[in-house]
Ligand binder design. Sequence first.
Ligand code: NI
Length: 171
Amino acid sequence: MAVLEILKYPHPLLKKRCEKVDRIDGEVKKLIRDMTETMYQANGIGLAACQVGVSRRVIVVDVSPIDQEKDFFAIINPEVISEEGEIEHEEGCLSVPDCSEKLKRKEKVLVRGFSAAGKEIEIPAEGILAIALQHEIDHINGVLILDRISRLKRELYRNKLKKERRKKEDG
Ligand code: NI
């Protein structure tokens, strides 16, 4: 297993729609193990393959509280097949540092995909798990939380990044 580097906005791979996985081979399984380790090391509750530089439709999620037992799973080619209600929640993203925004999501979703063992799975999710799944599925479609906030807020974030970069260059 290996901890991988997490790509940060505005890396172009984060804007790309990821490719469907058509064969769950050793490479995909290794990717899932590495993504899981990377997610835990970064204290994240989810991670998409494109965030570690692999443009494929693979996500890992674990929304269990830190002091409780790990409850992780991976979904290959995840798809939302039904959704219901609305919920607002403050979201951050490992690829968009120092950005935390209140976003509207569906309160409940049913996600279908494949497990690492190649079995078709359906995950009924609500609350924080539903939010995490929608966030990660956004990633594999090339969508970031920055794409879901107002243009003004997006501009403010870009300016903040520019300033920080300048500070680093001057220092
Ligand atoms: Ni994210």
